[in-house]
Design a protein around this ligand. Structure first.
Ligand SMILES: NC(=O)c1ccc[n+]([C@@H]2O[C@H](COP(=O)([O-])OP(=O)(O)OC[C@H]3O[C@@H](n4cnc5c(N)ncnc54)[C@H](OP(=O)(O)O)[C@@H]3O)[C@@H](O)[C@H]2O)c1
Length: 285
């Protein structure tokens, strides 16, 4: 039985779906069983739990051999990840797969990647057998610009001319599913990217070609992007953290392409263009 945290989120839902389709038995940790109800299925059970309540993590981990740790970008990120790793130690979990981020390191140019490093290291020293996944920024992040792409044929980001090798969430979780279901991944760290590095201008060109109408990228100052997050109701800690990360990406820091997807899955990674084709309806009125 594999415990999946973050199960109602972007990656967790996809991982639950892929593992269940492979016939693996999955327990999805959810804060709100009503919100998680659509995850249930023949191979999927739900358990209520919260990173803020360590006792609930102990309950969730009962009888679990393998677990997936993903927390959202939130102020208590490090405390939550450490609480889960300690609970996995107590439960004697045999394999913990942790969701980190590409660029995680002690001197990373963005605070979030230093926090990921702190918890990556905490896991490496925990004695719990582990694999660390370090994905690049997701193709799916462009979905948060779907409204302006639909109504104005424009998307607004503070990324300057920087190239990024964004990756499809379906690929990240196919790698995670492979790590859970095949031998030889313990102790490894996998940096996961898409197949090519594109500037936002090139992303706009790909969208234009897939949607059959001209879509433009508008480079905006970081402060304007942060104001947009504020208007959307994001907490100040998250605005600062995500803003700093975007500034870091604008330096070209997320441009590297790795071969993790083809190496582990034996097929090419999903391109941004393919992602756009698969999500065409979201960008179309
Ligand atoms: N965005 C990127 O491009 C990118 C790239 C690389 C790495 N990352 C990393 O990816 C992670 C975010 O992944 P995501 O987009 O899949 O996350 P997400 O969609 O924001 O989902 C977060 C999940 O965490 C759950 N959660 C929130 N607070 C919780 C708590 N106190 N206890 C238990 N569960 C809780 C949420 O449940 P509810 O439904 O109850 O809220 C949800 O299932 C972050 O660690 C980020 O650094 C992101």
């Amino acid at each position: 039985m594999i415990l999946i945290t973050g199960a109602t989120g972007n990656n967790g839902q996809e991982l639950v779906r892929q593992l269940a389709a492979m016939g693996q038995r999955v327990r999805a940790l959810v804060r709100d069983p009503v919100k998680g109800a659509n995850l249930k299925g023949p191979n999927v059970e739900l358990v209520a739990g919260d990173f803020d309540q360590p006792a609930s993590l102990d309950t969730a981990l009962k009888g679990i051999e393998k677990a997936f740790l993903l927390t959202p970008v939130a102020e208590f990120f490090v405390a939550w990840q450490k609480a889960f790793i300690k609970a996995a130690q107590r439960a004697k979990v045999k394999h913990l797969v942790k969701f980190s981020g590409m660029g995680s390191g002690p001197d990373a140019g963005a605070g979030l990647l230093r926090l990921h490093h702190e918890t990556d290291e905490f896991l490496r020293r925990s004695g719990v057998p582990f694999t660390i996944l370090q994905p690049n920024s997701f193709h799916q992040n462009i979905l948060s610009s779907a409204a302006t792409i639909k109504t104005q044929n424009k998307f607004y980001l503070p990324l300057k001319n920087a190239a990024m090798a964004t990756v499809d969430i379906r690929d990240i979780n196919a790698v995670a599913a492979r790590v859970f279901t095949s031998p030889g991944h313990e102790g490894k760290t996998y940096v996961i990217t898409g197949p090519e590095s594109l500037t936002s201008q090139q992303v706009a060109e790909r969208l234009s070609s897939v949607l059959g109408r001209k879509v433009d990228y508008v480079d905006v100052p970081l402060a304007a992007a942060e104001d947009g997050m504020r208007q959307a109701g994001m907490p100040e800690w998250s605005i600062r953290t995500v803003g700093e990360l975007l500034g870091y990406f604008a330096t070209g820091a997320a441009a590297a392409v790795t071969d993790t997807v083809p190496r582990l899955l034996g097929r090419p990674a999903v391109s941004f263009e393919q992602f756009a084709r698969d999500h065409r309806a979201v960008f179309t009125t």
